[in-house]
Design a protein around this ligand. Structure first.
Ligand code: NAD
Length: 299
């Protein structure tokens, strides 16, 4: 079989960011202000610092305002909740993102619940999870929405296709499965307790892997021509003489490419979509918050 097509998430994300940037210009012209995203980082986690920096840069590149709040590791619960209350009330702030994970003394669920659901551009608030589950307008978590954009771009109508989502987290697996069901796919959610995972995956036309286990899914697992979306980001141990190990997904990219019809690489697949969708969600929030019309599906 011919090698699978490589689904270029990086290029798709660049296109989406550009489109968001154009909407940002027209939004500013109509509303008299820039759309704004507040990013709150508590503590010194190096990976989180990198994410927060790149979110700030991406906002600026898309003609949007970013407000960064870097709080100490030992920030009190009351102080964090007070900051979020202040951001909820601030009309210049359309989206609020609290970078996870939080230090252990802070309760993530409580913090997420304190964000105004209409500014919850990460889509993690229970109100937004509920809206997604009953088909109301809300915010959908960025990574699964980005996966969905890649899938519909590649496959068009997903009606009747067999989809297997591996992983059942609140931020990826569950919302991903919901989006696929809403798109009329027949969906199985597999997880760490699934029996005979390999044969479950084998029947899928669409495989979304969100596990966090390097190259777990081999080519023998896949149906010929399947579309594979690899959400996993795993760093392998460094090779001799190298400081850092390679980044790989949950799928053995080389092997899977011999069988699949199309596959996202890691890096350069789903990863870049997450930030692009965050900007998209913030732009949608800005239009809603300012009462500026945005055609359904325009972004
Ligand atoms: P998580 O740890 O919350 O969930 C992992 C899921 O995998 C769990 O539901 C668990 O049941 C399942 N699982 C674990 N071992 C399994 C096994 N052996 N067989 C089948 N299922 C198994 O992780 P998450 O937050 O959903 O993230 C999953 C992966 O996606 C991680 O590698 C993470 O780094 C990556 N991720 C990437 C992006 C992105 O922007 N590309 C965003 C979020 C997460």
């Amino acid at each position: 079989m011919a090698a699978a097509d490589r689904i270029d998430g990086k290029a798709f994300a660049a296109g989406l960011r550009e489109k968001v940037g154009e909407f940002a210009v027209s939004f500013e012209a109509v509303s008299g202000r820039k759309a704004g995203l507040a990013v709150v980082l508590v503590g010194e986690d190096p990976a989180s610092q990198v994410y927060v920096r790149s979110k700030g840069k991406a906002c600026a590149a898309a003609n949007m305002e970013s407000f960064e709040y870097k709080l100490a590791d030992n920030t009190l619960r009351e102080d964090l909740l007070a900051l979020i209350a202040q951001l909820n009330a601030d009309d210049a702030v359309d989206g609020i993102l609290v970078q996870l994970p939080l230090p252990d003394h802070l309760d993530e669920q409580e913090v997420i619940a304190s964000i105004d659901p209409d500014k919850d551009v990460d889509g993690f608030h229970v109100i937004n999870a509920g809206r997604l589950s009953v088909g109301q307008t809300g915010f959908v978590p960025c990574t699964p929405l980005g996966c969905m954009m890649l899938l519909t771009d590649r496959l068009g109508d997903l009606s009747g296709l067999e989809a297997v989502v591996i992983g059942r987290s609140n931020i990826v697996g569950k919302p991903m499965a919901q989006l696929l069901v809403d798109a009329n796919a027949t969906v199985t959610i597999a997880h760490s307790r699934t029996a005979d995972l390999q044969s479950v995956v084998k029947r899928a036309d669409i495989v979304v892997a969100a596990v966090g286990r390097p190259e777990m899914i081999g080519k023998d697992w896949l149906k010929d021509g399947a579309t594979v979306i690899d959400v996993g980001i795993n760093r392998l141990p460094p090779e001799p003489g190298k400081e850092k190990g390679r980044l790989v997904g949950d799928v053995d990219f080389g092997g899977a490419s011999e069988v699949a019809g199309a596959i996202t690489p890691v890096p350069g697949g789903v990863g870049p979509m997450t930030i692009a969708v965050l900007l998209r969600n913030t732009m949608v929030a800005a239009h809603r918050n300012a009462g500026v019309a945005l055609a359904e599906g325009a972004l």
